[in-house]
Design a protein around this ligand. Structure first.
Ligand code: FAD
Length: 411
């Protein structure tokens, strides 16, 4: 081993929420690890992104680093009201007395991803897990005995196991020869964050609002969701909209004024446009069962139903669990099987989650004449039949079911 080669029993590529969870989950199981991250420590992580965090995700984080799940709950908020409009008319409005349930971890919490990541960084610091910044993984060479990794800072790493949590453009995925396949959403979505310092758990009027064919957005679908410190505004483009023009500051200020009111136009904090990919790697492990993919390195989902980070966290936890058992295994076959089981479970879960997010996307894109008609009939009936309004309220987020496989999270 040369002097600039470092050895670790397990390494993680990527300091996104999934990579940080993986490192904490390895540490919790007594496995010494470190994170290799491409970006510098003072990077900007823009946008609210994963605001909807399931209770199950918080429980995993609490289990692997006591205090972490509760910190997200303390900083987040639970909106009590679900409201839906259809072409300017209210079709559903329900406020829950106890929206989070009765336990100390609520059913969900809403806070910007950057805050979640800051808590994870603090947890890594407390656990003494190092992040090597500006150390992008460039090559991954696996063998039956372990993995050699080269990083952009000129270092070489030897490890027994590598978790690839390096996001959608994953180098680790490419290096093990895994390939993404799947589809892309037909139309773009514009997503913006609007700052509002008054929004916290005690703010009056905390509601999640979906508006079908909103007149204020020239007939486009609009979703408005509160999180601690602001609102997320999500506008579904028409097929012939130019996403770049739609996401320009000038156009978005007009949308914000018309949808939220004049006082919010100066509070636009972040705007982005997306065509959502629904793709999955053809394998989550390398041929030697030494490299494991997790989170967006393994699958990309449309965000309706909030299955992205909420499935990446169980990927990471289960990858860490498989590695901990494999490292202690007395036979190679047992170690091999543990990693294979991880892949089998999480590939099936991803398939299921992509299907669920796909149903939400299909419903929203609304080309199917039966779906279009069902929405119109439900809106007509909503005044007399609450179930019709409830269906309209629920459908944009896809089915609620979890993958039919035991997992440490919901998804
Ligand atoms: C608009 C929007 C809304 C969303 N809403 C939700 C939601 O409500 N709930 C939810 O659960 N999910 C949501 N998501 C999804 C969520 O944001 C992602 O699932 C999550 O960020 C994925 O985390 P990750 O760690 O896998 O990848 P990333 O966050 O992309 O992190 C990957 C990390 O790897 C690093 N990296 C890249 N290449 C290398 C390399 N070669 N070597 C080392 N490091 C590397 C990157 O710099 C980055 O730090 C949303 C996403 C979007 C875009």
């Amino acid at each position: 081993m040369s002097s600039d080669t470092t050895e670790k029993p397990a390494l993680v590529a990527g300091a996104g929420p999934v990579g940080m969870t993986a490192a904490l989950a390895l540490h919790a199981r007594g496995v010494d690890t470190a994170i290799l991250e491409a970006e510098p420590e003072d990077r900007d992580r823009d946008g609210s992104r994963a605001i909807y965090i399931h209770g199950a995700t918080c429980r995993i984080l609490e289990r692997i680093h006591p205090g972490l799940g509760k910190a997200l709950v303390d900083d987040g908020l639970v909106w009590p009201t679900r409201r839906t409009m259809f072409r300017g008319k209210e079709v559903f409005n329900r406020t829950y007395d106890s929206p989070g349930g009765s336990g100390d971890i609520p059913h969900f919490t809403s806070l910007p991803q950057v805050v979640t990541e800051q808590h994870m960084l603090d947890a890594l610091d407390e656990a003494g897990i190092e992040i090597h910044w500006e150390a992008a993984v460039e090559t991954v060479d696996s063998s039956p005995d372990g993995v050699t990794v080269e990083t952009s800072d000129g270092r070489t790493w030897e490890t027994e196991y590598l978790i690839g949590a390096d996001g959608g453009g994953s180098t680790v995925r490419k290096e093990i020869g895994a390939e993404f396949s799947g589809e892309q959403s037909e139309n773009a979505f514009i997503i913006a964050d609007i700052r509002d310092d008054q929004v916290d758990e005690d703010f009056e009027g905390l509601e999640r609002l979906f508006h079908y064919d909103a007149p204020e957005a020239d007939g486009r679908n609009v979703l408005l969701v509160p999180f601690t410190g602001g609102w997320r505004l999500d506008i579904q483009c028409y097929d012939d909209d130019d996403p770049e023009e739609m996401a320009s500051e000038e156009t978005m200020r007009e949308f914000v004024r018309d949808i939220m009111g004049e006082e919010y136009t100066d509070k636009l904090e972040w705007i982005s446009s997306y065509f959502f990919l629904q793709v999955q790697a053809d394998t989550f492990v390398d041929e030697h069962r030494r490299v494991l993919l997790a989170g967006e390195a393994a699958h990309l989902l449309a965000p309706f139903g909030a299955r992205g980070m909420n499935s990446g966290v169980p990927d990471a936890d289960e990858a860490a669990s498989a590695i901990a058992v494999a490292l202690d295994a007395r036979t190679e076959a047992v170690a091999h099987d543990e990693v294979e089981l991880f892949a089998a479970r999480r590939e099936k879960a991803a398939e299921f989650n992509i299907g669920a997010a796909g149903q939400a996307l299909e419903y929203l894109q609304g080309e199917d004449p039966v779906t279009v008609l069902r929405k119109e009939v439900a809106a007509e009936l909503a005044d007399s039949f609450e179930a019709a309004g409830e269906w309209l309220d629920d459908a944009p987020y896809g089915p609620h079911e979890a993958p039919p496989i035991v997992s440490s999270g919901n998804y």
